[in-house]
Write a protein that binds this ligand. Structure first.
Ligand code: DC
Length: 232
């Protein structure tokens, strides 16, 4: 039987990582894990429990004490067979995509105790391999030995435009400049935080998809996946 591998897909926010990771997992029958959704679910917990101060900074001590009560899990959507993220048993897929959560998630993801808890949970999910995981530190911290690592990027303007279209298609009233600012702020915080900053692993393949169609990048990913599996 073909040997299963771990596919780590990291990169900047809103560059289509999740879409390509999901599509790859579906095509090759692997489990897909969206680690950004896990950081977003912790952020939703903090928002619901009044754990941000007036400046929008997380109340770290309170959150650290409450972390034992934060259970992040996934259930499979019957129709799509894709995992939906749950916060303490409640499916929160749609709540975690709001601009409120997006604008608060980076400082939450910079907290060492949050990263430690989620990294451990992610490593447990990969024990059996056969997994496609997307995030920021999957190839560098969570699975430094992943057989296939891809680092995805695109210009901030292209990414903001994609996020804008996604949100307006859902009926959200949003302003392009706010989204662009949010994308740039998250890039900065994600790559400058002390713990597990966003960076390309030395052995990761770089994919700049600013000028690629979804089909083109999917074909590239699938070809690359097949090549790596054949070498195992
Ligand atoms: O991929 P996303 O936009 O849903 O991620 C949300 C936030 O979580 C983003 O600001 C970066 C952070 N994140 C992280 O620090 N590490 C990960 N493995 C995944 C996401």
């Amino acid at each position: 039987m073909e040997k299963k591998i771990i596919v780590a897909i990291d990169g900047h926010s809103s560059c289509g990582k999740s879409t390509m990771a999901k599509a790859l997992a579906q095509k090759v029958g692997y489990i897909y894990v969206d680690t950004g959704a896990m950081y977003r679910a912790v952020t939703l917990f903090a928002l619901r429990n009044d754990m941000f101060d007036a400046e929008g900074q997380p109340k770290a001590e309170e959150l650290e004490k409450a972390m034992a009560d934060v259970n992040i899990s996934f259930v499979l959507d019957e129709e799509t067979k894709l995992p939906l993220v749950c916060l303490n048993g409640e499916v929160v897929e749609s709540e975690i995509r709001s601009l409120t959560v997006s604008s608060r998630v980076s400082p939450i993801a910079a907290l060492p105790f949050v990263r430690a808890a989620l990294t451990q949970a992610q490593q447990r999910m990969g024990l059996e391999k056969g997994i496609v995981m997307d995030g920021r530190d999957i190839g560098t911290v969570v699975f430094p030995d992943a057989e296939l690592k891809v680092f995805v990027t695109a210009s901030a303007e292209v990414r903001a435009q994609r996020r804008y279209l996604e949100l307006t298609a859902k009926g959200d009233e949003v302003c392009f400049d706010d989204i662009l600012r949010n994308v740039q702020e998250r890039d900065y915080i994600d790559s400058h935080r002390e713990v597990a900053p966003l960076r390309q692993a030395e052995d990761a393949l770089l994919l700049d998809n600013s000028e690629l169609t979804r089909e083109e990048q999917m074909q590239w990913l699938l070809d690359t996946f097949k090549r790596v599996v054949e070498c195992q």
